[in-house]
Design a protein around this ligand. Structure first.
Ligand code: IPM
Ligand code: MN
Length: 366
């Protein structure tokens, strides 16, 4: 089969980790007889430097014609001036909105070989296997009014949290559908004791639950959820929440898995189907990590796992996706570690590797 993929490496460690993801795609192509046509474009700070905008209209116009988009990361100190007219982050926010990928799937599993590398106690990490569904195209990130202005009493700034019932229901539906295919438990996370958007969210979840008798729905306040994530994370199956809460909670969840450098994500505009062919956006959940960019030490696994999700949800390549995931697990089992996951129990032999060497190992396991 022939597939067309748009590759947007972005800034910082983005290009380094994406390069390894691309090598994995190409290896899968040669092993299984697929051809991947890759088109590259600039996004984020890289696009600001070249074109003055974080995302060109032409990029967005072309994007819809691809089978999937593989994205690295954007941002960095160079573009961080709070007074700046354009920001790298507008690049990724524009792509998410432009593709209408409202459902961001962030699976959080603790791989057996990573238990020692996590700062959390092994007993707490036992049986952790959850899927966070983060709403991705609404809420504080996008709603207007948004901005800053000078008043007689000094500067005033505003961000708006807005959600329509339609936006809430469609992402909750993704949560219910995925819970149904997993362990049948859905935790809807909100701040309904304070926020009006959360009260609509909670009511919508309760109403929708009547269509999913086989799924057990629970509501949880976001502060409680933050606590439960480190106290008893194995209690969660599918978690569904709004954009900002999901952003914060998944960084926290990354610590369970040992490193954010291991966690992939898939963003889709409909209920995801394994073996489906809907366009999706695939990105590691970590950022551009400017502090380690250019050193060749970033962990490429989050991006490699993202390519597996890309194959599974956008290319219909279910078997190939599983093969990639198994290859990564095998490499970790053999003791290969980038710096972020190098901590191991006494007596265990660890082989420290660079970004590229980790890619080499995954390729040879393939
Ligand atoms: C993420 C990132 C982005 C977000 C930033 C880079 C805009 O933190 O994907 O989690 O907040 O969504
Ligand atoms: Mn984030």
């Amino acid at each position: 089969m022939e597939f067309r993929i748009l590759v947007l490496p972005g800034d910082g460690i983005g290009p380094e980790v994406v390069q390894q993801g691309v090598r994995v795609l190409e290896k899968v192509g040669s092993r299984f007889g697929h051809s991947f046509q890759l088109s590259y474009d600039d996004v984020g700070g890289a696009a600001i430097d070249k074109y003055g905008v974080a995302l060109r209209e032409s990029t967005m116009e072309a994007a819809g014609g691809f089978d999937a988009v593989l994205f690295g990361a954007v941002g960095g100190p160079k573009w961080d001036d709070p007074q700046a007219k354009v920001r790298p982050e507008e690049g990724i926010l524009g792509i998410r909105k432009g593709l209408s990928v409202f459902a961001n799937l962030r699976p959080v599993k603790v791989l057996p070989d990573m238990v020692d590398a996590s700062v959390v106690k092994p007993s707490v990490l036992k049986d952790v296997d959850m899927l966070v569904v983060r709403e991705l195209t609404g809420g504080l990130y996008y709603a207007k009014p948004k901005g800053r202005r000078q008043t007689r009493r000094g500067w005033t700034s505003v961000d708006t949290m807005r959600y329509s019932q339609v936006e809430i229901e469609r992402v909750l539906r993704v949560g219910f559908e995925l819970a149904r295919r997993r362990r049948g438990k859905l935790t809807s996370v909100d701040k309904a004791n304070v926020l009006e958007t959360s009260r609509l969210w909670r009511q919508t979840a309760t109403d929708l639950a009547s269509q999913y008798a086989d799924v057990e729905l629970e509501h949880m306040l976001v502060d409680t959820c933050a606590m439960q994530l480190v106290q008893r994370p194995s209690r969660f199956d599918v978690v569904v929440t709004e954009n900002t809460f999901g952003d914060i909670l998944t960084d926290e969840a990354g610590i369970l898995a040992a490193s954010m450098g291991l966690l992939p994500s898939a963003s889709l505009a409909s209920v995801p189907t394994e073996g489906g062919r809907a366009i999706g956006l695939y990105e590691p959940i970590h950022g551009s990590a400017p502090d380690i960019a250019g050193q060749g030490i970033a962990n490429p696994i989050a991006t490699i796992f993202s390519t597996a999700l890309l194959m599974r949800y956008s290319l219909g390549l279910v078997e190939e996706a599983a093969v990639v995931e198994r290859a990564v697990e095998e490499v970790l089992g053999e003791g290969y570690r980038t710096a972020d996951i190098a901590e191991a129990s006494a007596g265990r032999v660890i082989k420290r590797v660079s970004t590229e060497e980790m890619g080499d190992q995954v390729l040879s396991a393939l």
